[in-house]
Design a protein around this ligand. Sequence first.
Ligand code: G3H
Ligand code: 13P
Ligand code: ZN
Length: 285
Amino acid sequence: MLVTGKQILDHANENGYAVGAFNVNNMEIVQAIIRAAEETQSPVILQASQGAIKYAEIEYISAMAKVAAEKASVPVALHLDHGTDFQQIMLCLRHGFTSVMIDASKHSLDENIEISKQIVDISHAVGVSVEAELGKIGGTEDDITVDEREATMTDPDEAERFVKETGIDSLAIAVGTAHGPYKGEPKLDFDRIKAIKERLNIPLVLHGSSGVPEESIKKAVANGINKINIDTDIRMAFNRAVRSFINDNPDAYDPRKILGPGRKEAQSIIADKMRMFESSGKAWK
Ligand code: G3H
Ligand code: 13P
Ligand code: ZN
């Protein structure tokens, strides 16, 4: 069942759990996510980045995700991840995405508000939910110190103004995570999550969640995170299984035999995440 991002995240916010938003790049990953969601009876968000849309083409990715959602026995939203381009976001609205992210976090606060509000006005007019980002969630490869990372974190006062003036449905916050594989263990600022949640009480989003230990994920959820973005851990699981199959079967040439183990391994780690986020068993009819 295809639903909006807001329906999924408001349910998570009201019931104190988090929904996994998993990045899709191809059919096998779409299927892995939906199979894991059905296995755990979990609501789920399929999200496509601009890079994924460029790779797979918007017609294919939206058609696959819509078929998957309509066939699924659990609620599914189709979301644009890190949209930075007005035209790209309009194309997603036209292709049936039920949620979009406007990421104008590299701009000043005033510009971020202005750009995000424009997307909210248009998207809400056609019933699509909007996530925006405040603070800067970088990459793990960014060579910055702990103090510099701290300076990019979301300020609770600014967050309150940002949400009031834009009317967004959910907010991605910078609280110590980063995109990609971590070198050490990420240190999350749980007090900051709590402070932001107390001011806003809207669904909060944690990006860069691959490689964050279970204990930190659980604490983040307890403090108010309702959407958890996972990409790198899926890529790694897929890659691990495909490589291992090819190593064991060097003469294999059938793509179904080669990619099938990737799909299975991805499903397994996604189902584990759903249990960790406590979204398992929360699907509704
Ligand atoms: O946050 C970024 C996601 O991991 C998507 O990455 O732009 O390489 O598709 P990508
Ligand atoms: P990871 O690749 O670090 O899991 O981050 C995913 C993400 O935040 C997508 O927006
Ligand atoms: Zn992200």
